[in-house]
Design a protein. Sequence first.
Length: 123
Amino acid sequence: MPLLKWLALILIALLMGLQIKLWVGDGGMRDLRAIRARVAEQQAQNAKLKQRNDALHADVEDLKHGQDAVEARARSQLGLVKPGEVFYQVVNGAAGAASSAPPSASTAAPVSASTAAAPASSD
C-alpha cells in the first residue's frame, strides 16, 4: 500500500510540474498569447498594404488603358500643356512678392487657345 501512495504522489507532482510548464514555461500559453497578438498586428498591416497595392494596381491600369489618366498626370506632375493652349498662372498674395517655391498645380491651369480671352491691347 505505501508503494501506491508514493506512486500517486509522484504522479501528482509530475502532473503539477507539467501544468506549470504549460501555463508559464517556454512555448506555453503566455507565448501563445504573444504570438497571437503579433499575428493580429501583421494581419492588420497586411490589410493596409493590400488596399495600397489595389489602389496602385488601379492607377497602373488607368495609365495603361486611359489617355485621360496619362494626360492628367502629365499636367499635374510635369506641368505640361497641349499645343495651342495658353498657360495662365494665378498668384495669390501680395503683388511682386517673390517666392522660392515653384507654383503648385492648384494655382496654375492651362487654357485652350480657342477659349482663352485675347490679350487686351494697350493704346
